[in-house]
Structure formats: structure tokens, C-alpha cells
Write a protein that binds this ligand. Structure first.
Ligand code: WT7
Length: 637
């Protein structure tokens, strides 16, 4: 197994070693996997391309490492524990042997339906075991999976299917989430009706058994396709740098981009980071509450834990159903040892009162994790005291879809954990802060833009179908550095505190939403001339979405207009991108070159207009006063 750091001295030693001789460091980590052919060189890189390759010439299949490799030693150990939406439903479990068999059967079914190495398969599914199984089945035969979060709209799904030119969509009939019963297949049908010419098959998993529309030329049932399939399937041997998956994520401009991860480096890094960040021990039960539709679910529900031979929990439902004690009920029932969730969930549960968490026995918990957005001190302390009873280290893990794995994080019982600090980089990760001109900011007690100055195995390789976009977004801002889009502080002890995005990306409940995307959606409304979207502090969601809209004709019924705008956004992107505030404005503050001054709009949305700065250079300074008058929040002058 990969290195597992046990004390701070060892951390310092390994960190120093990883910087001094990265090749040797990563060579040592990679040795613990099963390679069909060893690599010839550990890394070759050039951030100008970018052109980054890890474990060059190495051949492997990641599922052999997730499954086959464990069969001898822990074949009968539970690999996957699945907890259904209904609290009185039955927990399902798959041993490593059973999961291996299911993955092989599914892989054989995919092959029989014409899926092979390099083909893209889109998943649009709720959190059912078949999602994890399907993803691994793709990896088994070298097909490239791209999971689309099942909360996205038909339009958003179609966009991703077409960008990936996917050959197959795998979905479910319906999705039970809390009290809701969501028609998943219907969304896929709608996406198909919009035009997805590359799709040959829609493979539908029967989840609730409710009736769905059926197109016999394209639609096939999962259970029928799996019937009688062999429980073994020879893994397709992949090159280290062959594509493993695409995951779409939002940026500051344009449509979501497909972040590409490759086989070898992703395997090494997710296992390595999982073992260190959660200090997993052989009989532990580990639970990450994320959805597999996001990178957290890929790396820390599926790949990382399975590579490490862990028992990983997957939950179908939501934290507040049947009540706000559901997470803790599951921790108690399954005797969870490591628990990993998002600050937004902690804040939402905290708001419901302590009685829900006090009802359950949480004595098995050893490590608590958070991810996705900055955690505020109040939520951190509640998590620490009420959930961890003051005896579980909190790991505030900073990373991104593009980094593939956790980058800056405490190591439990190794690193000090000052509240709201992501603290220190894992060995192998070289973060730095730069100023606007790209000069590295040395020393401590400083603030700047967060960059990474040396490659790491699970880093983004390209954006699917558009390499230049990858270069422009991540590698062109500062020479020879990967730019994260985040601002950060480094305190006097050299520990990092993530401040948040410095670009036009909003982080709503840990979900990344591009302001341009929301604006484009709003602009689809017939009565909208122009719009500008900014984030503002929100008690539960971290950030909320504030939309300023110029309309064509006067809006007489504001409430009806608001509803229509929400509908358009839901149709174009999905409910997660719905603005929390909509203000109709006579104009938007613009520079003389026509650029919207978002800084001013952000200030107004925050309610703090004390430091608006000089607006006299604007093309239309008068509009600022008008926007202030109509603001939906109380303004502090
Ligand atoms: C953005 C990446 C990585 C999994 C979930 C989100 C923010 C992430 C933290 C943290 C403060 C964080 C950053 C980052 N973020 N973790 N611990 N503290 N901010 O993945 O959708 O790719 O979003 O989430 O702003 O850039 P993602």
C-alpha cells in the first residue's frame, strides 16, 4: 500500500523528500499497485502546452487495482455499503468478490452493446449501486465515463452528451430523493429529443419500477442486458495516459468544460491521498456523502477507497429526510469511522438544532472531513463539538475537479487543525501564492492567488476536445504555474486558508456555477435584454446567486417575471443554478469599453456599499444610484 503518514516529523521528512526528488517519491508510491507493464519514466511535463505525462509507458487497468487485486486478501470484505433513501429501507452490501462479479457482468453487457475502448458513456443516474458499478464497468473495458449530476436539466445533459459525443447514456427510470420522486428517464428522453446524434443506446436501470416511455430502437433495460452475462471480464489494458473519465465543470466563461483525467496518475494519487487524509485502517467504515456526479464522489466514494481496499458507503438520499438526523442515524447504524461532507450540509443541519445529532451514538467516528467551499468558524465548531465530541480531528480538504484529488489538507492526528484552515499541502504538492503579475509571494502571513508550481499525478490533462481552452484557463495566467482560480492566505505558521474564487465562478452549496452560464440562461427569456449575475454571502449555501436584469418591456407583475426567470434557468441548467435574488434594473454599470463592473454589483449584493470606489469613470455612473435604490438587501453606506 502507498505511504500512510503517522506523525508530523514523518510528514516533514516526506514533504521535503517529495520536493527534492519528486520522481523517486512518486515512483515509490506507484510501486504498490498492480501494473501490467512498469513505467519507463515517472514524469515529463511542460506547463506551456500543457503537456503532462505520468508513469510513462506504464500499462494497467484501474479496476484490477480496485477489485481483482483485493480478491485474495479481502474478497469477502464488504467493498460497498449502500443506504437507501427510505430510512426503513434495506442496506445493501457488496463484498469485493460480489462487486467484482457485478462490474464484470456489466462490462460484458456494455461490450455486447458495442462499447469499447475510448468510447464515451454518459451516466445520468441517482445514487444507486449501479452507478458505481457502471462507472467501474466502463473503466474495465477502457470506455470513458462521464457522469452528469442527475439534478441537471435536459438541456445541460444534451450539451454534455454532445460535447463528449457519447455513444451511450446510462440512466434510471426514476430517482427517489427525500420526498421527491424524480422522472430521470424522462429528462434523458427530453435530451434525446433535443438531438443527441451520437447516442446509439440508452441503457435504463429499473430503480423504482414505475412506467416510462420507451423507444425500442434505442432504449434497453439494464437488467435484461445483464441477464446471463459472465461474471468475469478480461480487463482492457490501458496506457497510464489513456483517458479514464471526463467530468464537466463550470468556469468563468462559456459552457462547462470537460475535465479529462487519465488512468495511471489518477489511480496513484487518489489512493495515496485517501489513505493519508482519512487514515483508513483495515476494518474501518468510511462514508463520503457527496454525489458521484461530482469529483468528490469519483475520487473518494469510488476510486480512492476501493483502491485502498476500504469499505465505502454510498447514500441514495438527502441529509434532511425523513428528518435532520438522517446522517447521524446512518453513522450510528453502520458504525461509520470516517465521515466526509460539505460545509453547506453542516450549516443546514446545524440550523435544525442539536437534538437530531444528540439522539445517536457517534462514538465510532474517528475523522471528520469537509470539502467544497470555505467552512465558517461557527460550522467548524459545531461539527467539532456536536458531531466529533471534540475528539475527532477535522480535515478541511481543499481541492478541485481539475486536481483530481485532495491537495491541501490536515492529516488527522498529524497536522494541527486550526478552524477554517486547509493547513498544509500533502507531500508531492507544491502550492504557492502569487501577486497579480505572477510574482511569487515568499514568506508567511501573506495573501495572494493560489497556484501550483509542480505537476502532480492526478492533475487535469486537457479539457475534452479543446486543449487550448485548458491552456488559457489554467496555464496562461502565470508562467509555469497551474492557476487554481482561488485566493488564499498563508498564516505565520505557513498554513493555508482558502478565501474563495477570484474569478466569475460562484460556489453555491459547494457546487461550482459560472456566472456567464446563468446569465446566458436568463437571457433566453423573451423579455430580457441583458443580465449580470454575482455571488453574495448566504447563511446556508455559502454563496447565493444575485441576478441583475434589464428588461425590454416594463415588468408589471414582478412575482410572475421572477418565476419565469427561475423556470428558464431550471430549463437551461437545472434547479441548482436558480438565482436567490432577482432585481430588475434600468442599466448595468459599465466601463467605457463596455465591460460590466461586477465589483460594484458584488458590493451591492453583499449590502456593503461603503467602499464602492470611484464610479465617475463609468460609462453610466448614474445607474449605480438607481441600482442601490432598488437593491433587495439592506445597504450599509
Ligand atoms: C472549488 C473547486 C473538490 C471537491 C469539491 C469541489 C472550492 C473546494 C475547498 C475548501 C475552501 C474550497 C474552491 C475550489 N473549494 N474545497 N476546503 N475550502 N474552498 O470541486 O466543483 O471543482 O470546485 O471549490 O473554490 O476552487 P469543484
Amino acid at each position: 500500500m502507498t505511504l500512510q503518514i503517522k506523525n508530523f516529523k514523518q510528514y516533514q521528512k516526506e514533504y521535503a523528500r517529495s520536493v527534492k526528488n519528486p520522481e523517486q517519491f512518486w515512483h515509490d508510491q506507484a510501486l504498490s499497485f498492480y501494473w501490467r507493464k512498469p513505467w519507463k519514466k515517472v514524469v515529463e511535463w511542460d506547463f506551456k502546452g500543457p503537456d503532462v505525462k505520468w508513469f510513462i509507458g506504464g500499462k494497467l487497468n484501474i479496476t484490477e487495482n480496485c477489485l481483482d487485486r483485493h480478491l485474495a486478501e479481502r474478497g469477502d470484505k464488504v467493498a460497498l455499503l449502500w443506504e437507501p433513501n427510505e430510512a426503513d429501507g434495506k442496506t445493501k452490501s457488496y463484498t469485493y468478490r460480489q462487486l467484482h462479479a457485478e462490474v464484470c457482468k456489466t462490462a460484458n453487457a456494455l461490450k455486447a452493446n458495442g462499447i469499447g475502448k475510448g468510447d464515451r458513456v454518459i451516466f445520468y443516474m441517482p445514487m444507486v449501486p449501479e452507478l458505481a458499478i457502471g462507472v467501474l464497468a466502463c473503466a474495465r473495458i477502457g470506455a470513458v465515463h462521464s457522469v452528469v449530476f442527475a439534478g441537471f436539466s435536459a438541456q445541460a445533459l444534451a450539451d454534455r452528451v454532445n460535447d463528449a459525443t457519447a455513444k451511450m447514456i446510462i440512466c434510471s427510470d426514476f430517482n427517489k430523493r427525500g420526498k421527491k420522486n424524480i422522472p430521470v428517464k424522462k429528462v434523458v428522453d427530453d435530451a434525446m429529443a433535443m438531438g443527441c446524434p451520437s447516442v446509439e443506446t440508452v441503457l435504463c436501470h429499473q430503480n423504482t419500477g414505475q412506467e416510462v416511455d420507451w423507444n425500442p430502437e434505442i432504449d434497453k433495460w439494464w437488467h435484461e442486458e445483464l441477464k446471463g452475462r459472465r461474471t468475469s471480464c478480461k480487463p482492457t489494458i490501458m496506457d497510464s495516459e489513456d483517458m479514464l473519465f471526463i467530468l464537466y465543470t463550470s468556469g468563468s466563461t462559456g459552457k462547462p468544460k470537460g475535465v479529462v483525467h487519465t488512468c495511471g496518475g489518477y489511480m496513484v494519487y487518489t489512493c495515496y491521498s485517501f489513505r493519508n487524509v482519512f487514515q483508513y485502517q483495515e476494518d474501518d467504515i468510511y462514508w463520503c456523502t457527496a454525489d458521484i456526479g461530482w469529483i468528490t464522489g469519483h475520487s473518494y466514494i469510488v476510486y480512492g477507497p476501493l483502491l485502498a481496499g476500504a469499505t465505502t458507503v454510498m447514500f441514495e438520499g438527502v441529509p434532511t429526510y425523513p428528518d435532520a438526523g438522517r446522517f447521524w442515524e446512518i453513522c450510528d447504524k453502520l458504525k461509520v469511522n470516517q465521515f466526509y461532507t460539505a460545509p453547506t450540509a453542516i450549516r443546514a443541519l446545524m440550523a435544525r438544532g442539536d437534538e437530531y445529532v444528540e439522539k445517536y451514538d457517534l462514538s465510532t467516528l474517528k475523522v471528520l472531513g469537509t470539502v467544497g467551499e470555505p467552512i465558517n468558524a461557527e460550522a467548524w465548531h459545531w461539527y467539532d463539538e456536536k458531531v466529533g465530541k471534540g475528539r475527532c480531528p477535522i480535515v478541511d480538504t481543499w481541492w478541485q475537479t481539475e486536481t483530481g484529488g485532495i491537495m491541501i489538507t490536515p492529516i488527522p492526528n498529524v497536522t494541527e487543525t486550526p478552524p477554517t484552515f486547509a493547513t498544509l499541502p500533502l507531500p508531492g504538492i507544491q502550492p504557492c501564492l502569487v501577486d497579480k503579475d505572477g510574482n511569487e509571494i515568499a514568506g508567511n502571513d501573506v495573501e495572494g492567488l493560489l497556484c501550483i508550481k509542480f505537476p502532480w499525478p492526478s492533475m487535469i490533462r486537457t479539457t475534452y476536445g479543446d486543449h487550448e481552452r485548458c491552456r488559457n484557463v489554467y496555464f496562461s495566467a502565470f508562467e509555469n504555474k497551474y492557476f487554481t482560480g482561488d485566493g488564499a492566505r498563508r498564516n505565520k505558521d505557513g498554513m493555508y486558508r482558502i478565501i474563495g474564487r477570484v474569478d466569475d465562478v460562484i460556489n453555491v452549496s459547494g457546487h461550482r456555477i459560472g456566472t456567464a452560464e446563468v446569465e446566458n440562461a436568463i437571457n433566453e427569456h423573451d423579455n430580457v435584454v441583458e443580465s449580470a449575475v454575482v455571488g453574495y454571502p448566504h447563511d446556508i449555501k455559502g454563496q447565493g446567486i444575485y441576478a441583475y436584469i434589464i428588461t425590454n418591456e416594463n415588468v408589471t407583475d414582478e412575482e410572475a417575471f421572477r418565476k419565469e426567470v427561475l423556470q428558464v434557468v431550471t430549463r437551461e441548467i437545472g434547479p441548482i443554478a436558480k438565482p436567490d435574488m432577482i432585481q430588475v434594473v434600468p442599466g448595468l454599470p459599465k466601463t467605457r469599453s463596455g465591460k460590466i463592473m461586477r465589483r460594484i454589483l458584488r458590493k451591492i449584493a453583499e449590502g456593503d456599499v461603503s467602499k464602492l470606489g470611484d464610479v465617475s469613470t463609468l460609462l453610466n455612473p448614474e445607474v449605480v444610484e438607481q441600482i442601490k435604490i432598488g437593491a433587495l438587501v439592506e445597504l450599509k453606506e
